[in-house]
Design a protein around this ligand. Sequence first.
Ligand SMILES: [Zn+2]
Length: 87
Amino acid sequence: MIKCKEFLKELTDYLDGTISVSVREELEEHLHWCHECHVVMNTTKKTIEIYRDNQIFELPEPLRNKLHDAIISKCKHSKSGKTRSSS
Ligand SMILES: [Zn+2]
C-alpha cells in the first residue's frame, strides 16, 4: 500500500495518464481511503485543466511544492500522538 508521499510523487503522471496500470491501481486504491489526497487530486486536476487551456502542461514548481507541503503536514496531523518533535 502506498503512502501520501508516494501518491503525490505519481499524481501528475497519473493525471497525465503516463503511468502503468499497476501503479494507477495503487493510486486509485489510495484514493479510496485517503480523503486528503482525493481533494488534492481534484484540485490538481482542475489546475492542470486550466493550464492546458493556456497550453502550459507542467504544474509550476511553487504550486507543486505547495501541494506537497500541504499534504505532508496534513498527514502528520492525522497521525499525531506519536512523535511531536519540533520541525
Ligand atoms: Zn493520501
